[in-house]
Each structure stands twice: as structure tokens, then as C-alpha cells.
Ligand binder design. Sequence first.
Ligand code: MN
Length: 244
Amino acid sequence: MHPLVPVAVTATTEIIRGALRLRVNVAYTQALRGAGLLPLVLPVLAPEDADAALDGVAGLVLTGGEDVDPARYGTAPHPKLGDVHAGRDAFEIALVQAARARGLPTLAICRGVQILNVALGGTLVQDIATEWSNPIVHDGDWARKARVHEVEVTPGSRLARALGTERPVVNSMHHQAVGTVAPSLAMVARAPDGIVEGVEWPTDDWWMVGVQWHPEELWASDEPWDRNLFAAFTEVVRRGVTVS
Ligand code: MN
């Protein structure tokens, strides 16, 4: 049996040293490779390419990045709205729909869970510090690997089973969050201030877990939770692949 199963990893584009380039944090590809998967970085393509882009992979990872354009969920831009990327929004919304249609195992991280929620009809909190009542700090000046706030995970949820805990302490590098949860999704994790930190697809026809924190930065941490999450993703990805 081939030990490495390919999964698609989304990326962004950014002008670096005068040229428009494709970019993704290496932490994602290292964590996925460490979990026994073969990460294949997808360029930002046109929405009509999304279905074809998922042919030949056994899973999808939606990565972090820019704020989602609030026009995508019918809201005017907040003064604290950060950079948006219209092409990336369009492509990733199409990827979510294509992954859902084929039941492709999907792990959505940070912006990933936000775009997924928007793609399925939910909304976002555009700026936690100014729009949420009594928020804790979710975007402090701390290390990417620092576990800074607790999360309460719904007992028995796919996320709780994957992590192996209902009370992880996680890193936090976001000023936006899921607002109204899409009707088809289950909210399965909250921070102490009530901010949504995890959602999932509630039935067994689609393994989809989305988290607001960055498990890829915590994959080699002393605590096993985030490693467990990648291991659970790997297990379901491998199960979906016929190998000879
Ligand atoms: Mn947080």
C-alpha cells in the first residue's frame, strides 16, 4: 500500500519582490506530511475549475488568510475589515460546494472555516474586538504556537472525538470569526467569550471539521490534541481511497 495519500491545500496570491506569487504557510504542508498525507498546493483558479481541481485528491484543506468579502454574506464592510481577495473567495466557495457534493473529507482552518460557513449560507463577525460584547483577546501579540485560550467542545462531536478532549487550550490569531452558523452546520466549539471556534457537518455523509485556531502550528506540540485532529483526518482520507 502506498503510504502517502494526496490532499489538496488552498493557497493565496501575494505580490512578493515585484511579482504576483502563490503563497501558503509551510506549517500546513509539514503538519499534513507529518500525519502521513501528501499535501498538494492548489493555485487560486477560476470557480469553474474547482470540481476538476478535486479530481485525484482524497481530501481538502482550506487554509487561513484574508478576510472574506462581507458582500459574500450580504453585509456592508466594517471599518476594521482587513485585506480581501475576491478571486480566492470565489474559488474557495466553489471548492466547498464541490467537496460537499462529492463528500470529500475536508478540514477547514481559520479563514477556511469562515469561507466554508459563508459558502453554506452563514455570516461572520467582521471584527471581534469591536463587534462582540466582552470578548477575550483572540489576536494578541503572541507566538503562533502559544496556547492562549480554552475551548469548550461539544461532547461526542466529531471534533471532540478527533481531538481526544472536550477542553483543549488553543492558539488564536484571528480578528474575525463565524457569526451566524450556516443552517446545515453544527456549532461544536466555543471560546470562553462565546466566539465560535469549531463547526462540523452533522451527519456521516461528509467528514468536515472546521476550527478557528491553527492546529497546523501545534502539530508537534507536547499536547496530543492537534496531532490527533490531523490523524483523524488522515484516517478518513485513507479510508476513502482505494489503493492497490
Ligand atoms: Mn480564538
